[in-house]
Design a protein. Structure first.
Length: 528
């Protein structure tokens, strides 16, 4: 008799244990026991392995079917899924005010939150995201709904309650003490589930909306419970200029976060397009990772994040969709955008050179689909401190995997395969052209959580849920407009440096904390 929860697959498994190298484990037999990979061996040892594990059958993959590790999205704003694909017309600080805060605030309607979050988690699982690092929203309750939804559908996740206690709309702000209390409540609620797939995360939104007191208090909670931490760092000019005006005594966002105690080996900072080399080296020393969100950076950012350069300085780098700053929930899309982003850097360097010679220096930022897949799996696992648990197919790791079917031709699939194309070409087509239709089964901890249109732990199917959602969306409250004080900050920070400085001055008069330089010598803050 097979031990409980033991099963086996025979076929081809693709993964990227080494950056830039795609390894194909061809005709292997993978035994999964209690969610973990117990054995990887040659397919022709099937009979012996079957006897050893008491397996009544071994599932053989069909030609053109492959396993790939589940994707790890290191930066998702769960409530922003509601408006993903819309609202791409304004810069970051205005985008937060105009679209983001109202949308997030509307999750106080818990019925709506419950339904939207089920749709969100289903959408991400369907697209192959077996692990996600989620930001929730400000209010405590909807975040508990998010955690429940993840638990119910079987996804792996690191989840945080967003904290923000300054420069935010009146209806979407908390006072410092409440924020710290609710952050701790969220941590204990999530840990109390004792669900090994779900971990809580401390989530100061970003420096402009978090007082030093809040950030330091959150760092203490993270330390007390050994939590992950997530925030946004050096994302775009509007944000960076705003922080420089608010905290002139610090050399950079990284210096602020360092002083607050928020740079740890379990911290993931999103974007980082404007990090200096010194900042990157410092994050690397702390073991802090950056979530590279190429699609979002094209819309809300002003600069390119250079993956190869950051890795060469020792930084941990994962990949993120940044829904809704990024307009796609798909990590396949994120991988393609990472490749395009790298090629834009090359094109930019050539344009700056004014010449027609592509030098090796211009080439060194270019990444291929293989590096992108590494970022979406191994890089993400490293960023989330899960490199010994997921990211590749190795004995002892948990089986988070996607069964890819490249046999869907014509209108039933996103691409066609032609005679003479081998497995490697079919797999490359999947990474570059594939979509959720190719992901016929999704596994987390060895459990099939989605097969075809069915979410197996939920018992519902996609079509039915979509119909239900339309009713709930109709009944959701209309988001209120945020307060004028914040509007000014957003507008000015994005408009010009001069205006940003005027505004931050005004905000300080309005009761925001004065720059720290009054109490601390500036030289201290310039060092890490
Ligand atoms: N900075 C602060 N909040 C956000 C957010 O929700 N999305 C992005 N992209 N950047 C942010
Ligand atoms: Fe973000």
């Amino acid at each position: 008799m097979a031990a409980a929860g033991t099963h086996a697959f025979r076929g081809t498994f693709y993964h990227t244990p080494t950056y830039g190298q795609l390894e194909a484990l061809r005709d292997v037999l993978v035994v999964i026991q209690d969610g973990k990979i117990a054995r990887i061996t040659n397919g022709d040892e099937e009979e012996a392995v079957q006897r050893e594990y008491g397996l009544s059958e071994v599932r053989h993959l069909k030609d053109g079917q492959y396993f790939v590790p589940g994707f790890i999205d290191t930066h998702v704003h769960a409530p922003q899924y509601k408006f993903t694909g819309t609202g791409t017309d304004v810069p970051l600080m205005e985008w937060l005010r105009k679209y983001t805060f109202p949308a997030e605030c509307s999750f106080q309607d818990l019925e709506a939150a419950r339904h939207r979050y089920l749709l969100l988690v289903k959408r991400f699982l369907a697209n192959g995201t077996t692990t996600a690092m989620y930001y929730g929203s400000l209010h405590l309750q909807p975040n508990l709904v998010l955690v429940d939804s993840i638990e119910r559908l079987g996804q792996r996740a690191v989840v945080g309650k967003v904290n923000m206690d300054r420069h935010s709309p009146d209806n979407y702000i908390e006072n410092t003490a409440d924020g710290l209390r609710d952050a701790e409540k969220f941590v204990t609620y999530t840990m109390g589930k004792k669900c090994s797939r779900i971990q809580p995360c401390i989530t100061p939104r970003f420096i402009p909306t978090c007082t030093p007191e809040l950030m330091k208090g959150l760092a203490e909670i993270a330390q007390k419970y050994g939590c992950h931490i997530q925030s946004h760092i050096s994302e775009c000019c509007g944000e960076v200029n705003c922080v420089r005006e608010m905290h002139p005594e610090y050399a950079s966002d990284a210096a602020v976060f360092e002083e607050m105690g928020l740079l740890t080996s379990r911290t993931v900072m999103a974007h980082g397009t404007l990090l200096t080399d010194d900042d990157i080296r410092h994050l690397a020393r702390r073991g802090t990772a950056v979530s590279h969100c190429p699609l979002s950076n094209f819309f809300l950012g002003d600069a390119f994040f250079k993956v190869n350069h950051a890795l060469s300085l020792g930084l941990k780098v994962g990949l993120g969709t940044d829904v809704a700053g990024g307009i796609s929930p798909s990590m396949l899309s994120a991988q393609r955008m990472a490749v395009v982003n790298s090629r834009c850097i090359r094109a930019h360097k050539l344009a700056v050179s004014g010449g027609t010679t592509v030098t090796p220096e211009m080439e060194k930022d270019v990444i291929t689909f293989k590096e992108a897949l590494w970022l979406a799996t191994v890089g993400g696992a490293q960023a989330l401190d899960m490199a010994d648990i997921v990211g590749t197919f190795e004995v002892g790791k948990e089986f988070d995997a996607l069964l890819v079917d490249t046999n869907l031709s014509g209108t039933s699939g996103p691409f066609d395969v032609f005679e003479g194309e081998d497995d490697d070409q079919r797999f490359e087509k999947f990474i570059n052209l594939g979509d959720d239709r190719n992901l016929i089964e999704v596994y987390v901890q060895g459990v099939c959580v989605k097969r075809g249109d069915e979410f197996l732990l939920d018992g519902s199917n996609v079509t039915k849920s979509a119909e239900e959602d339309s009713d709930r969306v109709m009944s959701a409250p209309t988001p209120a407009e945020p307060e004028t004080a914040y509007v000014d900050l957003a507008h000015r920070a994005d408009s010009s440096d001069e205006a940003a400085s005027l505004d931050v001055g005004a905000a300080a008069e309005d009761g925001a904390p004065a720059p720290e330089s009054e109490s601390e010598p500036p030289t201290k803050r310039l060092r890490y």
